[in-house]
Design a binder for this molecule. Structure first.
Ligand code: DC
Length: 223
């Protein structure tokens, strides 16, 4: 069994890279950010302040999260409802960032995440996969890029979907999320000591994937 951990800030292209890598290696891809987003969506729908740790922790007992794979794509289920397409808005990004700072939320998701690797080879992306979830992961990559490069990619992605967006606001939100993710007391989004850090500010997707493949091949000669 192997685990490939791809951590890094939002907008660095982790999910695109992790998905392509998992397809190449014929293993399971798990997007852990989608799990935090789903809890954020639950809070938003129930008018729960995502910064109110005790209220959010209290609602976890009512949340049933499942991941299904449809045509090779991860679908997020919240109490049986497919919410995959509803968790990608800017509002839910901010909710997810807030709820992810709550220790009970992280613990709730940790077991779910570890369960995936019990029977499958996995490529998992997130913020704490190499530091907390799989401290002994076979390969650890910390994929990062400048806040400006990430905000620009996010801006283009949302504009393409028809969302009414402003680059300066996206940049400010990117910096705010970075700050939330980096400074939280539990599992801050930092690189594991033994992670390979890859800055792709100046790389496109193909160049990033080539670099990731080189790192993976170097670490696991026989997969
Ligand atoms: O990767 P993403 O943008 O979909 O993640 C949404 C939020 O969840 C982000 O603000 C950070 C948080 N997150 C986390 O704290 N730990 C993870 N393993 C994955 C995501």
């Amino acid at each position: 069994m192997f685990q490939i951990a791809i951590d890094g800030p939002s907008g660095a292209g982790k999910s695109t890279i992790a998905k392509a890598l998992a397809a190449k290696l014929s293993c399971v891809y798990v997007d852990t950010g989608a799990m935090y987003r789903t809890i954020g969506l639950y809070a938003a729908r129930h008018d729960i302040d995502p910064g109110d740790a005790s209220k959010v922790a209290d609602c976890l007992k009512d949340i049933k999260l499942d991941i299904k794979y449809k045509d090779g794509t991860q679908r997020m289920l919240l109490c049986g409802e497919d919410v995959t397409d509803l968790i990608r808005t800017q509002k839910i990004s901010m909710y997810a960032s807030k709820v992810s700072a709550i220790p009970q939320v992280r613990e709730f998701l940790m077991n779910l995440q570890r369960d995936f690797a019990k029977e499958n080879n996995v490529v998992m992306d997130g913020r704490d996969i190499g530091t907390v979830i799989f401290p002994n992961a076979t390969v650890k990559i910390f994929l990062t890029s400048s806040a400006e490069a990430r905000a620009k990619r996010r801006f283009l992605e949302l504009a393409e979907k028809g969302e009414d967006v402003d680059y300066e606001i996206i940049l400010a939100q990117t910096l705010e999320r970075d700050n939330n993710d980096l400074t939280r007391a539990v599992a801050p989004a930092i690189a594991a000591r033994d992670a390979v850090i890859l800055d792709n500010s100046e790389l496109d997707i193909k160049q990033t994937l080539d670099a990731v493949n080189r790192i993976v091949n170097d670490k696991i000669k026989d997969i």
